[in-house]
Design a protein around this ligand. Structure first.
Ligand SMILES: [Zn+2]
Length: 297
């Protein structure tokens, strides 16, 4: 797995290998020369192959949030790593015919959803489920976890969701008790937030590749702090949470906000952060989105 190596490192690797090759060649017999030449070619191939950007598909077009402003920022956050090449698939607008919205998921390594709107056709739903089951990556950003409350596999993939009629039938809440997030099956609606404010994020899985080396606590920029999300929460790891203070209209609980889920052979990174542009400027949001997308692919 390549974690955010800047492009100059790969350029350096190529140059370094060539220098090594030519230095060695000056004092070699023919067999050693051929062996060295073949090894160098192999290494150069490995370096150049690893530099090819991963194809990501960002889905938008309907959202109760400002997707026309946030999608270009999400695309740029991913592309500034030089790891991803992001294509955007924009659905028809709200109220329009969705039957022809059929993104070709299979042409990509990771799907990033900035979509919260009308249901997709069964064909498109099945295509996303197959894509993830067979090992594709999925990234869920903020209100994408509000979408599709009645689509069972989608809720399995995102782990937790909110609004759109979610309640105890959608799954439990997750509550932090004795250092562990445990299911709480009490009845009630799923999905809520208090007033927007900056809040303290706390890492809960410091050894996970997405979180490795990041601070154990950091201040997140002004954002909505989603609380009381509900879902199957199976095969899910909470990477980070924040305390939702009743003083800001929250739940009085630590709320899971960065999660991973495994589904079939696929991996899902779910960031409940990212309501609008100020939140998308937070370095914690940026780094976890970049690493999450890389981890998921
Ligand atoms: Zn929001």
């Amino acid at each position: 797995m390549r974690f955010l190596n800047p492009p100059w490192e790969e350029a350096f690797s190529c140059e370094f290998l060539l220098i090594l090759f030519f230095r060695r060649c000056s004092s070699l017999d023919m067999n050693s020369f051929i062996r060295t030449f073949a090894t160098s070619l192999l290494l150069l191939w490995a370096v150049s192959a690893s530099a090819a950007p991963l194809k990501a598909l960002l889905i938008d077009g309907q959202n109760n949030h400002n997707w026309k402003a946030t999608s270009p920022i999400l695309k740029s956050i991913l592309e500034q790593t030089a790891l991803f090449e992001v294509t955007v698939a924009t659905s028809p607008g709200n109220g329009q015919d969705m039957s022809e919205f059929k993104p070709r998921f299979s042409g990509y390594k990771v799907i990033v959803s900035n979509y919260n709107g009308q249901p997709w056709s069964t064909e498109t739903q099945d295509a996303l489920v197959s894509f993830v089951r067979e090992g594709g990556g999925l990234v869920i950003v903020h209100a994408a976890n509000n979408a599709f409350s009645k689509w069972k596999d989608y809720n399995e993939m995102i782990g937790l969701g909110g609004w759109d009629g979610r309640n105890e039938k959608s799954g439990p809440l997750l509550r932090l008790r004795d250092g562990q997030f445990v299911p709480d099956t009490r009845p009630g609606s799923g999905g809520h937030h208090g007033a927007q404010h900056p809040f303290l994020m706390e890492t809960r899985a410091p050894d996970h590749p997405i979180m490795a080396g990041l601070p154990s606590k950091w201040m997140h920029a002004k954002d909505e702090l989603y609380d009381s999300l509900r879902g199957p929460a199976r095969n899910m790891t909470v990477l980070a949470s924040a305390f939702s203070d009743k003083a800001t209209g929250g739940s009085g609980e630590d709320e899971p906000l960065l999660m991973t889920v495994s589904y079939g052979k696929g991996r899902i990174f779910h960031s409940a952060l990212g309501h609008d542009l100020p939140a998308l400027k937070c370095v914690g949001f940026i780094v976890t989105l970049q690493r999450g997308a890389e981890w998921a692919e």
